[in-house]
Design a protein around this ligand. Structure first.
Ligand code: NZQ
Ligand code: ZN
Length: 388
């Protein structure tokens, strides 16, 4: 049965080739001071920085740059961004980049006018903002996280070896996001497929929980089928606009809160992956890929009916004459074969994890309570060990 919920997604999207031109209209709604946030330089190489900068200048904006947001943005960088946003009295934070840049922009936005330590308030105590929030907008260049249309913000504290996400409310969602699929053409293959798996896993995290008949699960199955299809095309032909645009749109719907409405969700793969990220700084989607097969095989008996349904409805497994377990197993085997076909990292060793790091990884893993199995520390260790 669908639980009660309120649904609102306030982010306005501009999708398609040259969608960035819509900045001209949107910028009229904000003051003069823009904090332009971007990453390690890809936007300078591929021309996106020049295009955005030209528009900002032509719109008469005063631009302060905040460059160098790293993948898995850190608390150190966050404090730097807060100082910069305060100094320029930012009226709008414009994130030009992937999930890291967008997440970081949100973390800055809720901290500029906050007197407390943002790491402790938002990421350890999970409190909501009680101060004014600087609006955020996003020009997306990397597809996967859904950060362009959600309130998620994931920050890493390297000293504490913790990587934690806070899902903020709608007041922190980007006010608008620009999604031009051609902006993703310059992504290295490693990042493209990592993003594809991130999308897939976001859907899995919301699908593998609950036993009720739920519209969201049907939507999720459709999104997964579309993604599998488009990913196979993009893997062989990365410049295929149709496939890349479908992947970009699927990513947004995979994590813009829709498919979680009225149902339980899991998110344990993300907790395992984030622990790996905190200890290795590895690419987000690859941390998820490396632990997924061990995790899903471990929880399958506790959610057998849903794994059977996944096999048949998503992977087209023929159920005739097979036991429930056999069908479910074949679904996971099909998923594993697809992951290998894309070239995902399928083990933790490749990401720099060694056996002597397992105790630390277990300590850094948050345990979620609404999946098919609440993991014990021993189970978490066993899943990491099997993923080595
Ligand atoms: O830094 P630059 O030079 O820009 O290079 C980036 C970065 O190295 C590069 N890149 C981005 N767009 C490019 C490009 N290279 C060439 N051409 C382009 N068009 O790609 C690399 C990865 O970028 P990043 O932003 O780190 O990737 P992603 O979008 O996967 O974001 C990952 C972060 O988002 C968090 C992750 O934990 C991680 O910290 N997540 C955020 C979520 C949310 N907000 O809801 C949910 C996710 O589950 C995830 O946890
Ligand atoms: Zn993710």
């Amino acid at each position: 049965m669908l639980g009660n919920f309120t649904y609102c997604n306030p982010t306005k999207l501009y999708f398609g080739k040259d969608a960035v031109e819509n900045l001209r209209t949107e910028l009229k709604n904000y003051g003069k001071n823009i904090l332009l946030v971007y990453g390690g330089g890809s936007v300078k190489k591929n021309g996106i920085y020049d295009r955005v900068m030209t528009i900002l200048k032509e719109c008469g904006k005063e631009v302060t740059e905040d460059a160098g947001v790293m993948p898995n943005p850190t608390t150190h960088k966050l404090y730097e961004g807060i100082a910069r946003a305060r100094a320029c009295q930012a009226d709008l934070i414009l994130a030009v980049g992937g999930g890291s840049v967008c997440d970081y922009a949100k973390a800055v936005s809720v901290s500029v006018h906050c007197d407390e330590d943002p790491w402790e308030k938002y990421f350890l105590r999970f409190e909501e903002p009680t101060c004014a929030i600087v609006p955020v907008a996003c020009v997306l260049t990397m597809v996967g996280t859904g950060s362009e249309m959600n309130g998620g913000s994931v920050i890493t504290n390297p000293e504490q070896k913790l990587k934690i996400g806070h899902v903020f409310g709608t007041e922190v969602f980007p006010k608008f996001s620009v999604l031009d699929p051609t902006y993703t053409f310059t992504l290295p293959h490693y990042q493209m497929v990592s993003g594809i798996y991130d999308i897939f896993n976001h859907i899995c995290e919301q699908y593998f929980s609950g036993t009720d008949d739920n519209t969201s699960d049907y939507l999720s199955e459709g999104l997964m089928r579309s993604l599998i299809h488009s990913s196979r095309i993009a893997n062989l032909d990365p410049m295929n606009y149709e496939a890349r645009s479908n992947i970009m749109w699927t990513a947004t719907w995979a994590l813009n809160t829709l498919v979680a409405m009225g149902k339980d969700t899991d998110w344990e793969v993300h907790m395992l992956g984030q622990a790996v990220g905190a200890h290795t700084n590895a690419t987000h989607g690859m941390t998820l890929a490396a632990v997924s097969m061990a995790y899903y095989r471990h929880i399958m008996p506790y959610g057998l009916a849903k794994f059977r349904r996944f096999a048949v409805n998503v992977w087209g497994v023929d159920p005739a004459g097979k036991s429930e377990e056999q069908i479910a197993d074949e679904g996971l085997a099909a998923m594993e074969a697809w992951m290998k076909e894309l070239g995902l990292v399928m083990n933790l060793t490749e990401l720099g994890v060694r056996e002597d790091m397992l105790d630390g990884l277990v300590k850094s893993t948050l345990v979620m309570e609404t999946g098919y199995k609440v993991l014990t520390p021993e189970e978490i260790r066993a899943i990491f060990k099997e993923s080595l």
